[in-house]
Design a protein around this ligand. Structure first.
Ligand code: SAM
Length: 214
């Protein structure tokens, strides 16, 4: 697989990694052992910084998986702030609920079970931050729903926009061809959207950050 960063630079940056939360470490190990894709550590650190800077009162996450990024966001929220997180996989919902219970942050996390395409149109709140991390072929449509739910000045964060490096590669294996085309089309829409000031950060698997300016 192509890499986003050259190995020496990645190796150099890895030495600065600090993680001493037991539950977070356990969840990383579980995800690794069970091939569950969760946000990589550098993107997670950056997402946490965005939470600290923007102090969102209401966060929406699309794609909970086992609750890893949910808990990383929730533990930095101020009092009276909350995160709604949408997940459609029954197995993942079970795991996420168990991890949320262990995190003792259940009072600020609302797990919305179901398909985001059904759940999002029913949401009535406006969000200060939306983290989109679902199936890549759905990004375009889920982004349109997100635009409606994000307040002006809010931040949208979207993972995997460099898609293992394939978004910028001329050699894409057959298995990744369709998903890569979806990501490339989505990136054009995201970066050209008139309501957003957007950038794609070359960290992790490529993290899109968009501020809603209109
Ligand atoms: C990449 S994982 C999320 C990882 C998680 N955000 C983290 O970093 O810890 C994607 C998750 O999105 C869920 N998902 C994909 N499409 C969805 C949809 N349309 N509605 C709800 N959940 C969806 C999948 O079941 C999967 O658990």
């Amino acid at each position: 697989m192509p890499k986003i960063l050259h190995s020496p630079q990645q190796k150099y940056l890895n030495q600065f990694r600090t993680q001493n939360d037991e539950l977070i470490t356990q969840m990383e190990k579980y995800a690794e052992e069970n091939s569950i894709p969760i946000l990589d550590w550098q993107s997670s650190d950056f997402l946490e910084q965005l939470v600290l800077i923007s102090k969102p009162k209401k966060v929406l996450e699309i794609g909970t998986a086992i609750g890893y990024s949910t808990i990383r966001i929730a533990r930095l929220l101020n009092k009276n702030s909350e995160i709604d997180t949408i997940e459609k996989s029954k197995d993942n919902i079970k795991l996420a609920l168990s991890n949320i219970k262990k995190s003792k942050l259940a009072d600020r996390i609302n797990l919305l079970a179901g398909d985001a395409f059904d759940v999002m149109p029913k949401l009535e709140k406006k969000y200060d931050m939306i983290f989109l991390d679902a199936d890549k072929e759905d990004y375009e449509n889920l982004f349109y729903h997100s635009v409606k739910l994000l307040r002006k000045g809010g931040i949208v964060v979207i993972d995997n926009l460099l898609w293992h490096g394939y978004a910028a590669s001329s050699k894409v294996p057959p298995k990744y061809k369709v998903s890569t085309e979806h990501i490339k089309k989505f990136n054009e829409i995201f970066m050209g959207h008139r309501k957003f000031k957007s950038t794609i950060m070359p960290i992790g698997d490529g993290l899109g950050i968009g501020i809603k300016i209109k």
